[in-house]
Design a protein around this ligand. Structure first.
Ligand SMILES: C[S@@+](CC[C@H](N)C(=O)[O-])C[C@H]1O[C@@H](n2cnc3c(N)ncnc32)[C@H](O)[C@@H]1O
Length: 295
């Protein structure tokens, strides 16, 4: 006998009527009561999700100083996807790409430099002490895998990406494949992290509007990265301006791929392949950016 039936305080259950929960749920799902019955479960799901975002956001408000160009680590899975993404785009064995990712993350000389330069910077009140590269480890691995002679990055900010790209170029040079980075920013205060040797030895920091600076480039570009003014119009103008400057087989990257289809459209117009990676930040409220590649 069902124990509940023998209890003095008899509790009604559908089981008592010979209806199991799954059968009942399926029956309700076919009625007009379905949205009402599902409401508590839906509410619980979204509340748990939003509570997590609010907890993460509150912690970030009091522990981070960043007000734009946020830095964070990637989730383990997102890092793995990035490694495979670079492997496919650069036609390089995934094991080798994984080695590049580990190489930049274990570069304590670079990490120490960024920590010290950040601590001594005039704008340190708006920067975090922790060094977190996020998708920039993908930029590093692409430079290591493709060994470009000339990389152009538009948009420098503090110079975190410039340092990462310069570190890859320095390793390439040690392997017998030297290269230089031209970093363009409209803000004269940009790039303070990339003004220290040995990274500065391979970086040409150009202050000015990126379109004018791209037009003035006098060396072929093997790898181009858009990360400046993220408006659709400016991104499009940059890719159009750099097109006549590209070396044969050059690769184009955009940091804006989660917001526009500018590079995808440019790839289609110019007969290139295109692929996008979307990063997932770990323990951060920001949904993340990504890497778009045309090659
Ligand atoms: C997202 S930040 C760059 C981030 C950097 N690449 C990194 O890895 O951290 C964007 C930068 O683009 C610069 N910028 C905005 N408009 C620009 C323009 N028209 N030409 C050149 N730089 C521009 C801003 O001054 C800002 O420093």
């Amino acid at each position: 006998m069902n124990p509940k039936l023998s209890s003095p305080l008899f509790t009604f259950t559908w089981y008592n009527l010979g209806v199991d929960a799954t059968t009942l749920r399926r029956a309700i799902a076919r009625t007009r009561l379905a949205p009402v019955a599902a409401f508590p479960k839906r509410l619980g799901r979204v509340a748990r999700h939003d509570a997590r975002v609010i907890r993460t956001s509150a912690r970030w408000l009091f522990t981070s100083r960043e007000h734009h160009n946020y830095t964070y680590e990637l989730t383990k899975l997102s890092r793995q996807h990035l490694t495979w993404f670079v492997s496919v785009v650069c036609d390089t064995p995934v094991k080798q790409v994984r080695g590049y990712v580990e190489e930049i993350e274990s570069d304590d000389t670079l990490r120490g430099h960024i920590e010290r330069a950040t601590a001594g910077a005039a704008r340190r009140g708006l920067a975090d002490k922790q060094v977190r590269y996020a998708r920039r480890v993908g930029w590093y691995a692409i430079v290591r895998a493709t060994r470009p002679s000339h990389v152009v990055e538009t948009g420098v900010d503090k110079g975190l990406g410039s340092c990462v790209l310069a570190a890859a170029l320095l390793r390439n040079a040690a392997d017998g494949h030297p290269g230089r980075l031209t970093s363009l920013d409209i803000n004269p205060e940009a790039g303070y992290l990339a003004r220290t040797a040995p990274w500065s030895d391979v970086v040409d920091l150009v202050i000015g509007d990126s379109i004018a600076a791209i037009t003035a480039l006098d060396r072929p570009v093997d790898l181009f990265l858009h990360d400046s003014d993220h408006s659709r119009a400016h991104e499009k103008r940059e890719f159009e301006a750099v097109e006549p400057k590209l070396a044969p087989g050059a690769m184009l990257l955009t940091d804006n791929v989660t917001h526009t289809d500018v590079l995808a459209a440019h790839a289609e117009r110019t007969g290139r392949r295109f692929l996008a990676y979307r990063e997932t930040p770990r323990d951060h409220w920001y949904p993340g950016d990504g890497i778009g590649v045309a090659w």
